[in-house]
Design a protein around this ligand. Structure first.
Ligand SMILES: [Zn+2]
Ligand SMILES: [Zn+2]
Length: 137
């Protein structure tokens, strides 16, 4: 029984982990906007240890994130779904894209980051912690 599992749109890539997620963070950085084709990404932080991926079409692309250090974004090369990222500044964790989870309804976002580049028509819950750039501590 896995705590968390999901897949891409076409189902060629599936992932699961027994580890409990650490946190859910909403990212408004311009790279997440590009990759998701949307206004932000919702990232569920999970330990890399025990994170299992099965897939015939897993690809990745690395670019420098807001910190200037590489972010490697894993996606399905068949259907293009963004699945998870490995972030240099967060070793030992993957940022799983919440939209690919089989059930994301129980998630509770804890914070917003890169609010400086958020679209003005996106309503951000300002009762949560909002970082203008990356999470700094
Ligand atoms: Zn796919
Ligand atoms: Zn981002």
């Amino acid at each position: 029984m896995s705590t968390l599992n999901g897949s891409c749109l076409c189902g060629n890539v599936q992932y699961s982990t027994l580890a409990a997620p650490l946190m859910t963070a909403v990212c408004h950085c311009s790279d997440c906007q590009k990759q998701s084709g949307s206004a932000f990404s919702v990232n569920v932080l999970v330990p890399t240890e025990g994170f299992e991926v099965e897939g015939r079409s897993l690809s990745s692309y690395a670019s420098n994130g807001g910190s200037g250090l590489p972010v490697r974004r894993f996606f399905c090369s068949t259907c293009g779904s963004a699945l998870y990222s490995a972030i240099t500044t967060m070793p030992g964790l993957f940022a799983v894209k919440a939209g690919t989870l089989s059930d994301a309804s129980a998630l509770t976002p804890a914070l917003h980051m890169f609010c400086a580049s958020a679209q003005p028509w996106v309503a951000i819950d300002r009762t949560l912690t909002c970082y203008e750039q990356a999470v700094t501590e």
